[in-house]
Design a protein around this ligand. Sequence first.
Ligand SMILES: Nc1ncnc2c1ncn2[C@@H]1O[C@H](COP(=O)(O)OP(=O)(O)OP(=O)(O)O)[C@@H](O)[C@H]1O
Ligand SMILES: [Mg+2]
Length: 308
Amino acid sequence: MESLIETRGLTRRFGARIAVDDLNLSVSAAGVYGFLGPNGAGKTTAIRMLLGLIRPHAGEVRLFGLPVAGNRASLMRRVGALVESPSLYPHLTGRENLEVTRRLLGAHRNLIDGALDTVKLTKDADRRVREYSLGMRQRLGLALALLNKPELLILDEPTNGLDPAGIHEMRDLIRRLPEEFGVTVFLSSHLLSEVEQIASHIGIIHEGELLFQGPLSELQTKQQTQLIVGVKQIDSAIDCLTKAGWNVHHSVDGMLSVGAKTSDDAIRINNLLVEHRLEVFHIALAQPSLEDIFLTLTTNQSAGRRAA
Ligand SMILES: Nc1ncnc2c1ncn2[C@@H]1O[C@H](COP(=O)(O)OP(=O)(O)OP(=O)(O)O)[C@@H](O)[C@H]1O
Ligand SMILES: [Mg+2]
């Protein structure tokens, strides 16, 4: 499969802070790639480098097999992008905003109606953008990015700030794009729950580093059974279980998540806690969600760094 985006050792600092650290992305021509990471992970910085908007301090970006450095203008003709909020003319209508960009691109006049239709803005096309909701503005931004019929569409958190209905609408829209337009979508998000509904491939970035890259199905196979333990004296329980050699995490809901797989493990752990006079009110084997895996991946990484 042809690689649409390839980065090698991509690195960018802001002062002493490393925003993107030795990043090797590989995005092939197919469907939707979800670029996932918590706030401040380095997603926007990486995307700016993909688009040649800022220079890397080390490493290289290749789009369609060609380095962005030196080929930016010709490569960008094949790319559509929506980075953070779109720049729109508020005093112009949606259609007029598209018309301005269409002229700049020298694109055909009849592309505008199609773009409006794709993003479901036909009805509101002749209203001024000043009156548009955030969701409408984002969809107009998407229409602008689609105007030059890109082979690659790069979207930085396109659902940020939208309400649940707006998120749903945007998600449905993006999901249809690869099939309807033959475009590959590279989309960033901080929400795994959102990405797993659209993306076939996933890259997880945290503190500038890539923690996982591969098909969504491969991430799903990382879901291992965990023992969820509710205990009144959490700190003592962590101490006791860690000393006994168990791998323990404090999960967000105040429960402990223990790397145990069988009912015999559950019995042993329960006995151990009770022997230490710790009061157990819940104990159950559970399959973690992808969200848990994401959290484990990202929090383990931070803990490892602090220890290092
Ligand atoms: N122009 C800048 N000047 C200084 N620091 C910056 C700049 N842009 C980004 N950073 C820093 O680089 C790191 C990565 O930021 P970036 O915006 O790429 O993260 P992000 O993953 O897009 O986060 P978010 O989900 O909040 O959009 C952060 O620590 C941020 O503070
Ligand atoms: Mg960002």
